[in-house]
Design a protein around this ligand. Structure first.
Ligand code: NAD
Length: 498
């Protein structure tokens, strides 16, 4: 059985102890085992990071950027290998796994601009003979805890910005698909990153708690489900750390009567069922405004859903693959049953689907539910599977209200041809990321990513300028140089600019 070890100081590190199973979602078999660290392994990772970080921070930013450029080239050169490895543990189709890596790579590209991004500010003559400047300095050691659903993109969101800024970074990836994060760390070292600047420690709650509590780790970045995001946020903050903790989602796609229905249906299908719905920016809820729009939309959705192909991740014709674990599959099936019991209408049932030759794989065909209402628990909670719920609204205001009042506020999309309505929507909706005729509005790498309400805890978003701010602290310097002559007034009054 393949063993997935920790990666510390540029080498694989093992310790006898607890192991976790890594499944092949396509076949249901255990394909590898991952080491689950105890606190002692975190101590090793921190010691290695502590030893390496000062020299890395003192390396000029242009040289650090060159390592990021080399890292980018290596990821590109290894794209196929990484995508296949990722798909084999996650289950998403290989083309989508490439997208997962590509979106992370784009943050590496952003981090290549670190010499410019870290520049401070300067004011000459802020007072008589006084200049004021600010500079950005790395924090020291930062850590990231990541979810299973984007095992390349999310580790790269965090680590590339943290490292480029001169920090050491300890990554605790999801224990369900841990191989790609290790491979990325190996490539970073191959690119010229000093050993110890990017360490990977596998594990579960034991190690997450230890990261939150460790006095030498100055910042924690988390992405995962909301209860754990909130828990990590509070525990890390209680230990005096910076924390940015992204949580779950239930994104709405609102369809106005004037929308281009063909395009809207194509967009909703990919956003609802792509990656088996296991995306925090998926669109699991569609809100048509008016009965006529609802009926037309439903009719087209049904016709198109029937054409979708569920398959193994290496099938180039498959639209999506299996979900991540048997346990997660059972959880999704539970939500479908709950939705039926709560009174919604089951239009297409994706349960009971078996792929010939892969009967033990964790496959679910697409499910469509109509006449879902806001009181239903199946609407209020995140399902995170290939399940699309139709919530019918009578007015645009009612539709906006649904997205705004929902406990999650990650993404939302509006489908319309009406610019005025779109503008009003973007201005008022209580959600962090808005798409106008864009179903999955994940901001590009030079903007920042973050949801509102229970989708994001903390005050800074991931990557973009917020990423630079999160992984640096600013020092503010006020300076005056003696120019000779008489002593300036001694004052017992706080200096002012009267
Ligand atoms: P998860 O919360 O189960 O796990 C995330 C991380 O937390 C993992 O590294 C895991 O090991 C760790 N963890 C799990 N249980 C823990 C516990 N009790 N104490 C401490 N740490 C624990 O999430 P997941 O199932 O891997 O990922 C799916 C979730 O992530 C979904 O809710 C999805 O919406 C969310 N997500 C959010 C974003 C975003 O940016 N908002 C992006 C991707 C995924």
């Amino acid at each position: 059985m393949r063993l997935i070890s920790h990666f510390i100081d540029g080498v694989a590190v093992s310790e006898p102890g607890r192991l976790g199973d890594v499944f092949a979602p396509t076949t249901g078999e255990v394909q590898a085992q991952v080491e689950l660290a105890e606190v002692s392994m975190l101590e090793r990772a921190v010691a290695s990071a502590r030893a390496a970080q000062p020299e890395w921070a003192a390396t000029n930013p242009q040289r650090r950027a060159r390592v990021m450029f080399a890292f980018k080239s290596l990821i590109e050169a290894h794209m196929d290998e990484l995508a296949e490895l990722l798909a084999s543990e996650h289950g998403k189709v290989v083309s989508d796994a490439r997208g997962d890596i590509q979106r992370g790579l784009e943050v590496v590209e952003f981090a290549c601009g670190v010499p410019h991004l870290m520049k401070g500010e300067y004011t000459e003559g802020a007072g008589p003979g006084i200049d004021v400047y600010s500079l950005r300095q790395p924090l020291g050691i930062a850590a990231g805890i990541t979810p299973f659903n984007f095992p390349a993109m999310i580790p790269l969101w965090m680590s590339s910005v943290a490292i480029a800024c001169g920090n050491a970074f300890i990554l605790k990836p999801s224990e369900r698909d841990p191989s790609v994060p290790v491979r990325l760390a190996e490539l970073a070292i191959e690119a010229g990153l000093p050993k110890g600047i990017l360490n990977v420690v596998h594990g579960d709650k034991v190690i997450v708690d230890a990261i939150c509590d460790h006095k030498d780790i100055k910042a924690v970045s988390f992405v995962g489900s909301s209860d754990i995001a909130n828990y990590v946020y509070q525990r890390a903050a209680a230990a005096g750390k910076r924390a940015q903790c992204m949580g779950g989602a239930k994104n709405h796609g609102i369809v106005l009567p004037d929308a281009d229905l063909d395009q809207t249906v194509a967009d909703i299908l990919g956003a609802a069922y792509g990656s088996a719905g296991e995306r925090c920016m998926a669109l699991p809820v569609v809100v048509p405004v008016g009965e006529q729009t609802a009926n037309a939309l439903r009719e087209r959705l049904v016709a198109e859903i029937e054409k979708l192909k569920v398959g193994i991740s290496t099938d180039p014709d498959a639209h999506y693959g299996p979900v991540v674990t048997a346990q997660h599959k059972a959880r999704i099936e539970g939500y479908i049953q709950l939705a039926i019991d709560e009174g919604s209408e089951l239009v297409i049932d994706g349960r009971g689907f078996a792929l010939q030759g892969y009967e033990e794989g964790y496959f679910l065909a697409p499910t469509l539910l109509d006449r879902v209402t806001p009181e239903m628990k199946s609407y209020q909670e995140e399902i995170f599977g290939p399940v699309l719920q139709i919530v019918r609204a009578n007015s645009f205001d009612e539709a906006i209200g649904l997205a705004s009042k929902h406990q999650y506020g990650n993404g939302v999309a509006l489908f319309t041809r009406n610019g005025d309505a779109a503008r009003q929507f973007a201005a008022t909706v209580e959600v962090g990321m808005v798409g106008i005729n864009v179903p999955i509005p994940v901001p590009v790498a030079y903007h920042s990513f973050g949801g509102w309400k229970r989708s994001g805890f903390g005050d800074m978003d991931q990557y973009g300028m917020d990423g630079i701010r999160f992984y640096t602290r600013t020092k503010k310097v006020t300076q005056r140089w003696p120019s000779g002559g008489s002593v300036v007034d001694q004052s017992f009054v706080i200096p002012t600019m009267k």
